[in-house]
Design a binder for this molecule. Sequence first.
Ligand SMILES: Nc1ncnc2c1ncn2[C@@H]1O[C@H](COP(=O)(O)OP(=O)(O)OP(=O)(O)O)[C@@H](O)[C@H]1O
Ligand SMILES: [Mg+2]
Length: 318
Amino acid sequence: MEPLRYSPRETADLLGIQLKALVGALKKDQYSPEDVWELRGKLQLEPPSVGTRKQLFLNFKGGTGKTSLSTSYAWRLAEMGYGVLLVDLDSQGHATKCLGFEGEDFQRTLLDVLVKKTPISQVIQKSHLPNLEFIPSNLTMSTVDLALMPMAGREFKLKNALKEVEAHYDFIIFDAPPSFGLLNLNALMAADDLLVPVLADFLSFHGLKLLFETVQSLEDDLGHVLDHVFIVVNSYNATFKLSKEALSALQEHYPEYLMPQVVRQCTRFAQASSEGMPIFRFDRDSKGAGDVQVLIDEVLKRLAASAQKKSAAQAKSA
Ligand SMILES: Nc1ncnc2c1ncn2[C@@H]1O[C@H](COP(=O)(O)OP(=O)(O)OP(=O)(O)O)[C@@H](O)[C@H]1O
Ligand SMILES: [Mg+2]
């Protein structure tokens, strides 16, 4: 794979500065991700802090876009200057592939952490961006549910394992498999926020109902309350009457969770993943990349608003 390089224009846009200011700080024909990272530090262009957010992309239904969205989301947050860890929970290893790696090339996965007590720092890998790291997955992960079954505290293994490293990151993003089991329960227990990619079809409703019941039982039985749930309609095609109807039904049933922006159907997602790239690397000007950017901006806005609300409430009670 060609090493990643940004043009001066792209670099200035990523840093949110004028081309002139970029050239003044470091003049080059092409910039590497490391150059961008160094410039960000030198020019003090770090994005506003969000604390550490652990965000899970989950839907028990398969093929709704969990991997396409979580990998592009994680990649883009890193390009925006956040420190990101992407955790591939799926034994299909698709998120690992989307970052340009083969799961089978790695000896260790999260299985070693959850079942064999390997410290999580030992399974974290570097990606092609300096501030994006990942935990790879491969077929060995398919045994994790069974291996967790007899263990004490089996729902809390991931949450506890992350404690060692979580302060190093702004975002820890989990790409979940389409299954209903102990691994996903661990992911839910570890997460602050849930992002649920859904397709605008009526089959998706059943999956959503099950997901919300699970989230409720997590609250009731295990005392874990998620801060945010964001439903994201993915692969939306407004020319289909059924999609429009399904979107209105989602707006009616889940108004407080449904994100205002949909991610439109965009063939670049499929092409990007077959090339082992997130969409922002494959085609940053595609409508898919644009829609994920709007999603990120909306999530960041809501996180900032709720952090503000929380600190105002704390100040009032102090
Ligand atoms: N917005 C989109 N437009 C067009 N195709 C898309 C879009 N999002 C995802 N796809 C395609 O849909 C398929 C399923 O997407 P993806 O693998 O991201 O879903 P998933 O929920 O992770 O699947 P699984 O449940 O198997 O993990 C892929 O071929 C992907 O390229
Ligand atoms: Mg997937």
